[in-house]
Design a protein around this ligand. Structure first.
Ligand code: AMP
Ligand code: MG
Length: 189
């Protein structure tokens, strides 16, 4: 399988969550896979999509809706995780392309849920942790959150924080800066 570097697949997932531990019988599950394709030639985010996933072992709490804006009604329209993983592989070539996310959360959530549901993990091992890379490139003593990274770069937050699709685009813009030292913010593009 070819190891493509034409585009970087930036991923940000949202999952069912609660203030504290999950209620008895429920577990945190992916409800949105935010995708942003960052183009290696133009250094720009070229495509983005929100794939909504219907949870099977949990429901969307009020707390979760407040955090993500996603409602139970919205995710009820979503597809299954296995279908979403198929789309990632077939349409986004997720097994061939290098992929990136901010921190380890998204990778761990995917790995754990794929294992728990008996689904083939849709990515390869070439994962870029943008949070770690950011701290190293900027010689920071510790890793910082996505909002602080945007502020550090003087980039505005696009869209809604904690919506996977918008987070993925913002992470893509941060990664573009890190890799190519070039702003993708509106004022400079
Ligand atoms: P994020 O990419 O930062 O939007 O977070 C991804 C997921 O982590 C969210 O969809 C929640 O499931 C969980 N999460 C993030 N922040 C919190 C929080 N303050 N409390 C509980 N869960 C959270
Ligand atoms: Mg997010």
């Amino acid at each position: 399988m070819s190891r493509k570097t034409d585009q970087i697949l930036v991923i940000d997932v949202e999952a069912t969550c609660w203030l504290g531990k999950p209620p008895s019988g429920q577990e945190s599950e992916i409800i949105e896979i935010g995708i942003c394709l960052l183009d290696s030639a133009s250094h720009q985010p070229v495509e983005k999509e929100s794939i909504l996933v219907k949870p099977e072992r949990s429901t969307v709490s009020e707390f979760c809706t407040e955090l993500t804006t996603l409602t139970q009604e919205q995710v009820d329209q979503g597809i299954s995780l296995v279908q979403a993983c198929q789309r990632l592989q077939e349409e986004y070539l997720s097994r061939q392309r290098v992929w990136a996310s901010y921190g380890e959360y998204d990778k761990n959530q995917f790995q754990n849920q794929c294992q728990s549901f008996g689904i083939v993990y849709p990515f390869n091992s070439r994962h870029i942790n943008v949070k770690t890379l950011f701290a190293l490139v900027h010689s920071l003593p510790r890793e910082i959150g996505m909002l602080n990274a945007l502020e550090f770069l003087n980039l505005p937050l696009e869209g809604t924080h904690h919506r996977g699709v918008d987070d993925a685009e913002n992470i893509g813009r941060i990664l573009s800066q890190l890799l190519w030292h070039r702003s993708t913010s509106r004022g400079n593009s």
